[in-house]
Design a protein around this ligand. Structure first.
Ligand SMILES: [Zn+2]
Length: 340
């Protein structure tokens, strides 16, 4: 089968590999869609942000969907022909956090597409426990983006109880921020979208943002306060991962409000007393979703007819992987996916 490898330094290599064989508790999936994520760029550069293993020989892609073509001898709930998506966190279902649906919080968890071969190949293998079923009316492309961006936003906003009572500001409108806008609107919130790129602000408007703020031209904190009668946003979802965006999020949040940090970032400088303590702010981290939220996520998208495919701007063949990663890296695409 054809598979992508990212050996580092922005190199993209296509290789021919044998089709993997599923173990007793595993499932073989023929890939139909696999999305590129900002976190894949860390592998592309050679400094993976997830997992401890060197990724030189590991197929990337942690947002993938396809059709089951073989199942291991002990598999009970998945059959050949099932339409599925992959849940990225591989770990025990009986450990402290795995039992709560959060295998990625256990110290020995493995990440699909980082520690284990992922979806940027014609086939992938996952344990039965990591197979998410995909209804017929959800496309493979939608299934792929549901696993990370949409699922992460759904669960993060669920934890904050985002509803029609809230004004939600989304800072940073890459694919994750665009998903934040879509889900916040579906939750009934008023949405203020913040970015430095007009193209991304236009997309946010199409996805349902009520107000847009180009923070390259105006002070985003002042503008968010002006748009909220001086109060600030009840909830701010930080998706940029850069220090300016992170400080904007904390400054623009209302007293007793909440901020979710979703954009990956290794270090930053903030002012806790002014930004968090004196405002009695709730600050949470948003990262992927618990396994048990999947059925809710599917129903939420189905019932509200949420156009998740709108988040995808480019489709590529795996043979054009080099171009796909380069364009994504240069932010010349929004969400980009490989399709077969
Ligand atoms: Zn991702």
């Amino acid at each position: 089968m054809r598979a992508v490898l990212l050996p580092g330094d922005k190199r993209v290599v296509l290789v021919d590999r044998p089709i993997p064989q599923p173990g007793p508790h595993e499932v073989l999936v023929q890939t139909k869609a696999s999305a590129i994520c900002r976190s894949d760029m860390s592998i592309y550069y050679g400094t993976p942000i997830v997992g401890g293993a060197p990724t030189v020989d590991i197929v990337p892609g942690h947002e993938a969907a396809g059709v089951v073509t073989a199942v291991g001898s002990a598999v009970q709930h998945v059959s050949v022909g099932d339409r599925v998506a992959g849940y990225l966190a591989v770990g025990s279902q009986y450990s402290e956090f795995g039992a709560q649906g959060y295998p990625m919080l256990d110290p020995d968890w493995k990440c699909f597409g980082f520690d284990l071969d992922g979806g940027d190949a014609e086939y992938f293998v996952l344990p039965e426990a990591n197979v998410l079923s995909l209804p017929d009316d959800i496309s493979f492309a939608a299934g792929a983006v549901l696993t990370d961006m949409v699922g992460t936003q759904y669960s993060t906003q669920k934890r904050l109880g985002v509803s029609a009572r809230h004004t939600v500001a989304v800072v940073g409108l890459g694919p994750m921020g665009a998903a934040a806008v879509l889900i916040a609107r579906a939750n009934g919130a008023r949405v203020i979208a913040v970015d430095v790129l007009d193209s991304r602000l236009e997309q946010a408007t199409e996805l349902g943002a009520d107000d847009i703020v180009n923070s390259a031209n105006i002070d985003a904190v002042e503008e968010i306060r002006r748009l909220t009668g001086g109060r600030g946003a009840d909830v701010v979802i930080e998706c940029s991962g850069n220090p300016i965006g992170q400080n904007t999020a904390l400054d623009a949040a209302a007293k007793l409000g909440a901020v979710a940090f979703v954009g990956e970032s290794r270090a930053t400088e903030i002012r806790p007393s002014d930004q968090i303590i004196r405002k009695l702010l709730t600050v949470i981290g948003g990262w992927y979703f618990p396994r048990g939220d999947w059925d809710e996520i599917i129903r939420f998208v189905q019932d509200r007819k949420i156009p998740v495919e709108k988040l995808i701007s480019h489709e590529f063949s795996i043979e054009d992987a080099e171009e796909a990663f380069a364009k994504f890296d240069r932010r010349e695409t929004e969400k980009a996916i490989f399709v077969w």
